[in-house]
Design a protein around this ligand. Structure first.
Ligand SMILES: *[C@@H]1O[C@H](CO)[C@@H](O)[C@H](O)[C@H]1NC(C)=O
Ligand SMILES: *[C@@H]1O[C@H](CO)[C@@H](O)[C@H](O)[C@H]1NC(C)=O
Ligand SMILES: *[C@@H]1O[C@H](CO)[C@@H](O)[C@H](O)[C@H]1NC(C)=O
Ligand SMILES: *[C@@H]1O[C@H](CO)[C@@H](O)[C@H](O)[C@H]1NC(C)=O
Ligand SMILES: *[C@@H]1O[C@H](CO)[C@@H](O)[C@H](O)[C@H]1NC(C)=O
Ligand SMILES: *[C@@H]1O[C@H](CO)[C@@H](O)[C@H](O)[C@H]1NC(C)=O
Ligand SMILES: *[C@@H]1O[C@H](CO)[C@@H](O)[C@H](O)[C@H]1NC(C)=O
Ligand SMILES: *[C@@H]1O[C@H](CO)[C@@H](O)[C@H](O)[C@H]1NC(C)=O
Length: 369
């Protein structure tokens, strides 16, 4: 009996090992490296002392739909875009926050992926950084990655790994707020963003990365905070056909084709580089026009789920009011989409074949190259 049960546990152990090993072997890419802002930050900002409460999300009700309702620093009610993408790539868990890792674990994590993203950051080093607040800028994100890649990167793994970037919205938010400057030139500003983007991509390529998934800034003027600004009765601004802050959305509209051209040209210049550009503007427009999407029913497109005041845009915290149904809201708080909304986006990023939302190929096609 005893030997029988020992044999049984050996079999069980082997099966378990097989599952565990297969679990790792079956990820669709060796590693994912995530860069950018709060759309994909999974807790880096928790480790930044000078980052004030507005740039942290490690308190309830953030994470209310996460495992054990834990607030983790994700700017979401549950999983965010980085998590949902990692799931689609068959990873057991999202690559961990860079700032949470010890030097010893950084080495092994360079084989499976690291998340460098920081809420509040943008393409410009000044974005998110002020006298009393600090974020982990894209410049630092990329520099730390290239340093690690030089030290521990394996060229064969790196060239098959995925670089996933979601950045640029915060630059647009801050620029829109600084509209007291009459001598500004929108085109020059947007060109500076694209130049900065280009140099980050070149640095990442220089460190051995070949596959890039780039998410463009969405219609930034449509998030509750911007709708509230546009509809402020004391100082109303122009709104567009969606009732969103027109000046902010105008910047998004102008920026997208500039990013598309930059990527197209860069790909011709850098041998072996390939990319998938996500048109987030098209995705959000599609949701506006088709609120009933298989498995989803977005009935509230303008109000934040968490927060009081007009458009629920007064900020999300433990004393703020919470909506009844988080699955029918496009926005979780004044700036960020719900897990339901990013779930729709992640699916399109991964395998959209309509040609409307990802260019020139989707993520699945990118990783199969
Ligand atoms: C970790 O590595 C960095 C850069 O190589 C170094 O500056 C730092 O002192 C190291 N930290 C520890 C605790 O060893
Ligand atoms: C890497 O990240 C740390 C924050 O942990 C930052 O202090 C440092 O400046 C970064 N390194 C580079 C080369 O940007
Ligand atoms: C105003 O904008 C111009 C052009 O973009 C820039 O050079 C200048 O530094 C800005 N001034 C202020 C006070 O922000
Ligand atoms: C803005 O900058 C662009 C590019 O440098 C230039 O072509 C354009 O004339 C400028 N517009 C104004 C109003 O100065
Ligand atoms: C954006 O605004 C500029 C003027 O500020 C205008 O010329 C342009 O047509 C607008 N673009 C879009 C796409 O709305
Ligand atoms: C991948 O990139 C190479 C150049 O780096 C290009 O020739 C090729 O067409 C790209 N493949 C796809 C599917 O875009
Ligand atoms: C979507 O929700 C609305 C409001 O709750 C409801 O009237 C409608 O029937 C729902 N549509 C679908 C397809 O579930
Ligand atoms: C919490 O959020 C509510 C509404 O969004 C706001 O009115 C209140 O000032 C916030 N409380 C704190 C302590 O920030």
């Amino acid at each position: 009996m005893a030997s029988h049960s020992r044999a049984f546990s050996l079999v069980a152990l082997c099966l378990l090992l097989k599952v565990v090993l297969r679990g790792t072997a079956e990820t669709l890419v060796p590693a994912v490296f995530v860069f950018g802002d709060s759309m994909v930050d999974i807790g880096n900002n928790n480790f930044i002392e000078k980052c004030n409460i507005g740039c942290k999300a490690n308190y309830p009700p953030f994470g209310i739909d996460y495992l054990n309702h834990t607030p983790t620093g994700r700017f979401s009610n549950g999983y965010n875009l980085a998590d949902q993408l990692a799931q689609l790539l068959h990873f057991d868990e999202s690559p961990p926050p860079f700032l949470s890792l010890s030097n010893a674990s950084l080495k092994t994590r360079m084989r499976t992926g690291i998340n460098f993203a920081s809420g509040g950051s943008g393409l410009l080093i000044a974005t998110g950084n002020g006298p009393c607040t600090q974020v982990f800028s894209m410049t630092e994100q990329v520099r730390n990655f290239t340093m690690l890649a030089r030290k521990w990167g394996r060229a064969d793994l790196m060239s098959k790994s995925l670089i996933f970037i979601n950045t640029g919205s915060n630059d647009l938010f801050e620029y829109t707020f600084s509209d007291h400057n009459c001598s500004r030139n929108d085109t020059e500003f947007l060109q500076s963003l694209v130049a900065s983007y280009r140099s980050f991509l070149m640095d990442l390529y220089g460190a051995g990365a070949k596959k890039f998934s780039v998410v463009s800034p969405s219609l930034v003027g449509c998030c509750p905070s911007q709708r509230a600004i546009a509809h402020d009765p004391k100082n109303p601004r122009d709104v567009d056909k969606f009732g969103c802050f027109a000046a902010a959305n105008n910047l998004s509209w102008q920026l997208y084709p500039m990013i598309a051209t930059m990527l197209h040209d860069l790909c011709l210049e850098l041998p072996g580089m390939n990319y998938s550009l996500v048109d987030s503007i098209k995705i959000v427009e599609w949701v506006f026009y088709n609120t009933v999407i298989p498995n989803y029913n977005f009935t509230v497109l303008d109000m934040a789920c968490c927060g009081g005041g007009p458009f629920g845009a007064d900020g999300c915290n433990s004393s703020a009011t919470l909506c009844q149904n988080r699955n029918n809201h496009l926005f979780w708080d004044d700036y960020h989409p719900t897990t339901a909304a990013t779930g729709v986006a992640a699916k399109l990023v991964f395998d959209d074949t309509t040609g409307l939302f990802v260019h020139p190929i989707n993520l699945q096609q990118l990783i199969e190259l």
